[in-house]
Design a binder for this molecule. Structure first.
Ligand code: PMP
Ligand code: GLN
Length: 392
C-alpha cells in the first residue's frame, strides 16, 4: 500500500499539542500549565446533581437528539439572564442544540455550513480544532493575525486586515472571544465593526464563547447581540470552563432555527447524543446564582495575577489576558526564540509544562517566540511553578 493511510485533508494534523504536552507532564512529573483544565472540580452540588441523575435513571439511555428539554430551557434562560438586556433571547425548542462539548459544536457547525473550497476567516493564533474541522469540511482557512503590542501588553486585531481578507469565496467568519490563547477580549468597537462587515458581505458568523464568564476587565459582549447579527450567527459555548468540569463535554449552540436545524443535521451523525446524566446536572448548574459566576471570575482573576507576576519576575514578557485561562508570554527576553524547543526543554530545565503558541498559527514565524501558560490551577501550584521558573 503506497498510499498514506491518513487522508490528505488530515495529513497535516498530528497529535494535538494538548495530548503531547499533558503526556510530557505526566512522564516528567512536571507541573502542567499546558492543557487548560482546572486542577479542582466545580461545585459539589453540581457533581451531586450528576450522581442523582445517574442513580435516578435520568439520562442513562439516549437522551433526545437536540438535548434534554431541561437543559435547552436552562441554556435559553442563561442567555436571557446574562444577555437579555442586549436584546438576545432564544427559543429553547427550536434555537438551542446540545452538543458533546464546544468541540462537537464547532465540528458540526463547520461540517454543516461549508461547501468544499469555501473560505473561512479565523483569527490567528486559533484554537487547534478550527483548522482541523475546516479541513474536514474540505474548506479553506484564511487566517487574520492578532498581533502583540508590547507597549500595551496585549494583542490587537487589525480591522483593515480583516476587511481585506474577505473575498467572494468567503462564507464564514469563525471568531473566538475571549480568545484562546492570547486572552484578548474583543472590544465593543471591534465587534461592531466585525458585525458591519458581516452584514455588508453577507457572511455567516460562528462565535466560540466558551470563556464567556471569564472576562476580567469589562463585560462579555456576545457578537450575536450586535445589529444584524442574530440572524447570521451561531454562538457556541460549553459547561467545561464555566463550571470546571471539562471532562463532562456538555456544550451547546444557540442560533436561529434554520441554522440550528442545519447544525443538527451534521451533529446527529457525529455523536447523535452524549452525556445524558451530565445534561441534567448542567441544567442545574446554569441556574446557580450570580454569586457563583462572579466568584469564578474573581478566583481566576486572582490566579491570573499570581502567575503573571511570577512569569514577569522570571524574565518573561507577559501579555496579561483580559479573559480566559491563559497567559501568553514572549520568551525572547530570556534569550530564546523557538517556543517549541523551549517547551520541549522546560520540564527538564524547570519542571513545568507550557504550550508553544506556534501550533496555533499558519504563519509559524509569527508565533515562534510565544509560549502559553494556563493559570486555572491552585494558587499554591501557580506559586510553586513560578518559583521553579525563576531559575531560567
Ligand atoms: N474552544 C476553545 C476556544 C477552547 O479553548 C476549548 C477548550 N476548552 C474548546 C473550544 C473546547 O471546549 P469543550 O471542552 O467544551 O469541547
Ligand atoms: N481548550 C483546552 C486548551 O486550550 C484544551 C482542550 C483539549 O485538550 N482539546 O488548553
Amino acid at each position: 500500500m503506497d498510499r498514506p493511510l491518513l487522508n490528505r485533508r488530515l495529513a497535516e494534523f498530528g497529535t494535538t499539542i494538548f495530548a503531547e504536552m499533558s503526556a510530557l507532564a505526566v512522564r516528567t512529573g512536571s507541573i502542567n500549565l499546558g492543557q487548560g483544565f482546572p486542577d479542582a472540580d466545580g461545585p459539589e452540588e453540581v457533581r451531586e446533581a450528576a450522581v442523582r441523575a445517574l442513580r435516578d435513571g435520568r439520562g442513562n439511555q439516549y437522551p433526545p437528539g437536540p438535548g434534554i428539554p431541561e437543559l435547552r430551557t436552562a441554556v435559553a434562560a442563561h442567555q436571557e439572564r446574562f444577555y437579555g438586556h442586549r436584546g438576545l433571547s432564544y427559543d429553547p425548542d427550536t434555537e438551542v442544540l446540545v452538543t458533546a462539548g464546544a468541540t462537537e459544536a464547532i465540528a458540526a457547525t463547520l461540517l454543516a455550513l461549508l461547501e468544499p473550497d469555501d473560505e473561512v476567516i479565523a483569527l490567528e493564533p486559533y484554537y487547534d480544532s478550527y483548522a482541523a474541522c475546516i479541513a474536514m469540511a474540505g474548506a479553506r482557512r484564511v487566517p487574520v493575525t492578532l498581533r502583540p503590542d508590547p507597549e500595551a501588553g496585549s494583542y490587537r486585531l487589525d480591522l483593515d486586515e480583516l476587511r481585506d481578507a474577505v473575498t467572494d469565496r468567503t462564507r464564514l467568519l469563525l471568531l473566538n472571544t475571549p480568545h484562546n490563547p492570547t486572552g484578548t477580549v474583543l472590544s465593543a468597537g471591534e465587534l461592531a465593526e466585525i458585525a458591519r462587515l458581516a452584514v455588508e458581505r453577507d457572511l455567516l458568523v460562528v462565535t466560540d464563547e466558551v470563556y464567556e464568564h471569564l472576562v476580567f476587565e469589562g463585560e462579555h459582549l456576545p457578537l450575536a447581540s450586535f445589529p444584524g447579527m442574530r440572524e447570521r450567527t451561531v454562538t457556541i459555548s460549553s459547561a467545561g470552563k464555566t463550571f470546571s468540569f471539562t471532562g463532562w463535554k456538555v456544550g451547546w449552540v444557540t442560533a436561529p432555527a434554520e441554522l440550528v436545524t442545519a447544525v443538527r443535521a451534521a451533529k446527529q451523525f457525529l455523536t447523535y447524543v452524549s452525556a445524558g446524566p451530565f445534561q441534567y446536572a448542567v441544567a442545574e448548574a446554569l441556574a446557580l446564582p450570580d454569586s457563583y459566576y462572579s466568584g469564578l471570575r474573581e478566583d481566576l482573576r486572582t490566579k491570573r495575577d499570581v502567575l503573571a507576576r511570577g512569569l514577569s519576575d522570571a524574565g518573561f514578557r507577559v501579555y496579561a489576558p483580559s479573559g480566559t485561562y491563559f497567559i501568553t508570554t514572549d520568551i525572547r527576553p530570556l534569550g530564546h526564540d523557538d517556543g517549541f524547543a523551549f517547551c520541549r526543554a522546560l520540564p527538564e530545565r524547570a519542571g513545568v509544562v507550557a504550550i508553544p503558541n506556534a501550533v496555533f498559527y499558519d504563519h509559524k514565524d509569527e508565533g515562534a517566540p510565544y509560549v502559553r501558560f494556563a493559570f486555572c490551577k491552585g494558587v499554591d501550584v501557580l506559586r510553586e511553578a513560578a518559583d521553579r521558573l525563576q531559575k531560567l
